[in-house]
Design a protein around this ligand. Structure first.
Ligand SMILES: Cc1cc2nc3c(=O)[nH]c(=O)nc-3n(C[C@H](O)[C@H](O)[C@H](O)COP(=O)(O)O)c2cc1C
Length: 197
């Protein structure tokens, strides 16, 4: 099932400087749902396409784009609980599995409650071969740098939307991969639970 996302905003109320000054890792969320347009905006900030040539919101070594974005939705208005894959080319989500996986994702992340109580958790996964195929061993470093750019975009976009998030690197890769139903060539790099502070 494909869900075409609301068109992302190219403007906002907070300046970049205000977002930089306000951004903080937020680990406690209210139980309020977030809106589908907010999920749309966060995914666009992470990996949205911003040029007819396919260039994206975040830089990528060699423009090889090794990252794949997922959203594990729990409390998102107009989006059933489930795991979704983001398709930058058509700015759409594809349902991967139904149901609220936040509790099991929390277990995978050493019990970090932010994952349980975030309305949704965005996950950044990578296909290392896309980048190592060109750059060899150094490509591994580049993929991690790519992920940092995308994650920071999410952090700043969340701040601009009045949402909270925290970038989480402490988790069991194999458990996260299984929960998100990642294809065999994808490795999870980052989890970012998002919610209303
Ligand atoms: C690579 C990386 C991994 C992180 N992993 C976690 C994590 O697993 N759990 C967590 O609560 N915060 C995690 N953080 C967030 C840091 O704890 C946080 O950025 C730091 O305390 C500074 O606070 P600030 O983000 O509010 O400025 C991580 C940050 C980075 C950059």
């Amino acid at each position: 099932m494909k869900i075409v996302l609301p068109e992302p905003q190219r403007d906002g109320r907070l300046s970049l400087e205000q977002c930089l000054a306000r951004r903080r890792s937020i680990r406690h969320f209210s139980r309020k749902p977030i809106a589908l347009r907010q999920v749309s905006q966060l995914l666009w900030a992470a990996q949205g396409i911003t040029s007819p040539s396919g260039y994206r919101t975040a830089p990528s070594a060699g423009a090889l784009y090794p990252l794949e974005m997922y959203a594990a939705a729990g409390l998102v208005e107009d989006l059933s609980a489930g795991v979704y894959h983001y398709r930058p080319r058509d700015h759409a989500l594809v349902l991967i599995r139904q149901g609220d996986v936040r509790p099991v994702l929390t277990e995978s992340a050493l019990g970090q409650s932010a994952v349980n109580f975030g309305a949704a958790t965005l996950a950044i996964a990578a296909v290392f071969e896309r980048t190592t195929g060109k750059y060899g061993r150094r490509g591994r470093q580049y993929v991690h740098l790519d992920a940092g750019h995308a994650a920071q975009n999410i952090c700043l976009q969340a701040t601009a939307l009045g949402l909270g998030t925290v970038p989480i690197g402490a988790f069991h890769d194999d458990m996260v991969a299984k929960t998100l139903h990642l294809p065999g060539d994808q490795v999870p790099l980052y989890l970012l639970p998002v919610g209303m502070p």
